[in-house]
Design a binder for this molecule. Structure first.
Ligand code: ATP
Length: 202
């Protein structure tokens, strides 16, 4: 199977920006956030299982999942959170594998915010961390999303520490600089990955 890169980084680190630069080079992206929605889209086995367990009231009028209601439910019921994770994690993993296998570019990038936290680095050959100090995570995220700094800090606290991620990643992109410096690093890695993809069996 094709050479696979896992791309990760904390909130506001620049994953999406980096992923789009690789896509501009023709590299296929498999996006965990999109897949997490696909496995519960109307008509999916994932959504059926949720409705069987929690009833039609988990659906919005257009038959899509009422995410806000589901979030509220699992927030108040740890057992139901576990049940939901046991349902969704295998579905997400399976869909990631399917999309990784379908990719046609020389290598393929799996973009996952919680790549290490959720053990999804086991699906890829190499990992890339987009790294910035937490002060910059806070300023960039609060500028982007209009959320307050304390909220961003609490999300940072819930994610794996910067040090642990740095220790695990095969490659680190330093995104403290400007977009020109970022694109330069991406191009360097792209060249390396093309070489590695050539050497790796299909
Ligand atoms: P999240 O996990 O929260 O979705 P992310 O890791 O995908 O975030 P991005 O959305 O790519 O991060 O970047 C966060 C914000 O920082 C965006 O508004 C983006 O435009 C901006 N940004 C990214 N890299 C740089 C940079 N080198 N210089 C200035 N701004 C940047």
């Amino acid at each position: 199977s094709r050479f696979r890169i896992g791309l990760t980084g904390g909130i506001g680190s620049g994953k999406t920006t980096v992923a789009n630069l690789f896509a501009k080079q023709g590299i296929t992206l498999v996006d965990a956030d999109i897949i997490a929605r696909q496995v519960v889209e109307p008509g999916s086995p994932g959504l059926s299982a949720i409705v069987t367990r929690h009833g039609q009231e988990m659906l919005l009028p257009d038959a899509s999942l009422d995410r806000r209601k589901l979030r509220g439910l699992v927030f108040n019921h740890p057992d139901e959170r576990e049940w939901l994770n046991a349902l969704l994690h295998p579905l997400i993993r399976q869909e990631m594998l399917k999309q990784l296998q379908q990719a046609t570019s020389p290598y393929v990038i799996l973009v996952v915010p919680l790549l290490f936290e959720n053990g999804l680095d086991s699906l890829v050959n190499q990992t890339v961390l987009v790294d910035i100090p937490s002060a910059l995570q806070i300023t960039r995220t609060s500028q982007r999303d209009d959320v307050d700094e304390a909220q961003v800090q609490s999300i940072i606290n819930s994610q794996m520490s910067r040090e642990d991620k740095l220790a695990r990643a095969d490659y680190v992109i330093d995104n403290q600089g400007d977009l020109v410096q970022l694109e330069h690093q991406v191009m360097q890695l792209h060249k390396q990955f093309l070489e590695q993809a050539k050497l790796s069996p299909d």
